[in-house]
Design a protein around this ligand. Sequence first.
Ligand code: MG
Ligand code: ZN
Length: 245
Amino acid sequence: MKIQIVENVLKLNDEVAAANRARLAQGRVFTVDLMGAPGAGKTALLEATLKRLPASTRAAVIVGDLATARDGQRLQACCRQVVQVNTGKTCHLEAHHVARALQRLNLDRIDLLIIENVGNLICPVGFDLGQGAKVGLFSVTEGDDKAAKHPFLVRESDLLVLNKVDLLPYVKFDSGVFRRDVARLRPHARLIETSVTTGQGLDLWINWLLGCCATLRTRGRSGGPVAIGRGRPRKTRPARKDAAL
Ligand code: MG
Ligand code: ZN
């Protein structure tokens, strides 16, 4: 009974994710699950982010990849607490990967934890890690059809980032198509356009992260700033004109 096995795997994952969420809430750590395709610029965005975060925000990163510690090594240059997870043949992070990585972090000394998921737009969406928010990262080099082709990522993400916008003059990417697809799938989606090369949008992205951390601090253990209503649209704060659809 294949379906039964899949259900059991997801149920076990949800239990471990709930334990992760409780540990992170206890340590008052705001946690982001960053999902995007290979080459979308996840690690580069994190490098730029970690360099720009105020010193008062203590950050840590868990980075998932099938093989190599290359991303972890890159991120170590800008962050003291980095844990590299190699998943072998598994094409996404699961809650138990994160649980093991959390054992190697001092949660009392972390305000913001960013989890760079394995480069993949599909199954990372289905595995709760215990995060406070999910971020879906697309880049203009992937083509303007990717939001429409990955509706679950769009619907489940609390924030969408469109990266590498500095390359728009050189690639076939119709922003109108992409934005219309996003709006159809998630009417009140928050979308930030970024470029690590020019710095465009990085302030908006970092302010969003800092806002999430601040809300967690004021709300305390009752939870993160964004309701992770799986499948349900969350209530969004009025978005800034240039940040929203
Ligand atoms: Mg990477
Ligand atoms: Zn997978």
